[in-house]
Write a protein that binds this ligand. Structure first.
Ligand code: ADP
Ligand code: MG
Length: 431
């Protein structure tokens, strides 16, 4: 490559900050723009590799990509992917990492995903789709145990209810179908059999044909310790997850990843980008597909970026341009763990505008990296500006070392009302 790449990363969360910094560690990348970014991706953010540039930019994705003549666009969140931003960029001749609108239906419509899984024999929960509120009662009662109720469309992680009784499932499904709960995203409802086991996620970077599997990860969705309280965007994660043994990983690849990529090609909608399989691993070690996401997880990305070796810029550009070299990146023999610091009130209505202290102290600790999410920089100060504020991340030779370092980082940071879980990684460490 004659010139180092200039990459545009779309998004404003911890995921995008982590991707941006990992891209800047790549030999092939010289500059990363993040739109709209956060305080961590601003030009004056400390801790950049020498000779590399990072900045937050404002504007529409296509407009920025053209104005800044970027070599590659990496799209973080699902909404623009489901909306077709990759098709739009490619039509303008700009390489983009992420699926087309058609391929993004794997996340954009849970009914599409379930029908796809059935067409290609992927192991997943038995399900039914309901569209008529009058049919809910009979459909729910057709399940011997209360079914899980899912709105079809994008609901920012709030569209699933694991019902305790048939009656609850009926109430929830009806609220979705009448538009009360999620508007158009609830026009179709999926009822599915409740699966039992432990959850893990596997990310696969692919150009539609060739692929690289990243280390398995586990996140922590509930706001409270011991998985109590309401769901959040994710309060922490670690990788690799020991739950996914090599034998289980091989099974995931064979029974889920390969048939999915083949199926998408056969249907004329090859999947390019990163495919995130949300899995339930049963007691007997069988992986079952819970859902697909068509982008990197947040906060899983914060740990995945330090558990891979190689040139990430090369891998993402290769995936976008249908020429992924499967050895561009590979799992590193390292462990990583992220603890999310959230604002007062999160996951309800978070309070904003509190000043964050101790960022430099935390970042100076060995093996610790602090990724910004809901932050903004005002006159040299960093203020809270969202629900999830920071992802304090550490890597180490063992999960325990990564966990201990991450919590040392957490201890160095203060802002009014901050809260976090103290038990990230505990389940894996107790084994
Ligand atoms: N069939 C199922 N059996 C048991 N739990 C489920 C099932 N489907 C979903 N869940 C639980 O609900 C969570 C959210 O469901 P998911 O399908 O991942 O939707 P989303 O992430 O879009 O909200 C899962 O992480 C899992 O904890
Ligand atoms: Mg999910």
């Amino acid at each position: 490559m004659e010139r180092r790449r200039r990459v545009l990363v779309v998004g404003s969360g911890g995921r995008e900050h982590a991707i941006a910094l990992r891209l800047l560690e790549s030999e092939s990348v010289g500059e990363v723009l993040v739109a709209p970014g956060n305080a961590g991706t601003a030009t004056d953010a400390p801790g950049l590799p020498t000779g590399k540039l990072l900045r937050s930019v404002a504007g529409g994705t296509l407009e920025i990509a053209q104005r800044e003549m970027v070599d590659l666009v990496v799209v973080g969140p699902e909404a623009p992917l489901v909306g077709g931003v990759v098709d739009e960029l490619e039509a303008a001749g700009i390489p983009a990492f992420g699926p087309s609108r058609a391929a993004a239906r794997l996340e954009g419509s849970k009914a599409f995903m379930k029908a796809f899984a059935a067409r290609h024999g992927l192991p997943t929960a038995r399900h039914r789709v309901v569209t008529d509120p009058g049919a809910v009662d009979a459909a729910v009662r057709a399940f011997a145990e209360p079914p899980v109720v899912k709105a079809d469309g994008l609901c920012a992680g709030k569209g699933v209810v694991v019902a305790g009784t048939h009656e609850e499932a009926i109430v929830v499904a009806t609220a979705m179908l009448t538009g009360e709960a999620f508007g158009a995203a609830g026009e179709r409802v999926i009822l599915e059999e409740r699966l039992v086991g432990q959850e893990a996620s596997v990310h696969v970077i692919t150009d539609g044909e060739r692929f690289v599997v990243l280390p398995p990860a586990q996140d922590h969705k509930r706001v409270g310790e011991g998985d109590q309280g309401p769901n959040t965007g994710g309060m922490g994660a670690y990788a690799p997850a020991p739950l996914v043994t090599e034998a289980i990983a091989a099974r995931i690849e064979r029974s889920i990843v390969v048939p999915t990529l083949e199926g998408m090609r056969e249907e004329g909608t090859p999947f390019r980008g990163v495919l995130y399989a949300g899995l339930m691993i049963t007691e007997s070690g069988a992986p079952l597909l819970l859902e697909y996401n068509v982008r990197f997880g947040d906060p899983e990305t914060q740990v995945l970026m330090s558990t891979i070796d190689g040139d990430l810029g090369e891998a993402l550009a290769g995936a976008a341009q249908r020429s992924l070299s499967p050895d561009a990146i590979r799992p590193a023999s390292k462990h990583a763990l992220v603890v999310v610091l959230a604002a007062s009130g999160y996951p309800g209505s978070p309070r904003t505008g509190d000043e964050i202290h101790g960022l430099e102290v935390a970042a100076a600790l060995p093996d610790v990296q602090v990724f910004h999410a809901g932050t903004r920089r005002v006159e040299g100060r960093v203020l809270t500006a969202g629900g999830r504020i920071l992802g304090v991340t550490a890597s180490g030779a063992t999960l325990r070392a990564a966990r201990d370092a991450a919590y040392r980082g957490v201890g160095a940071i203060q802002f009014a009302g901050a809260h976090h879980r103290r038990d990230i990684g505990r389940r894996a460490l107790e084994k």
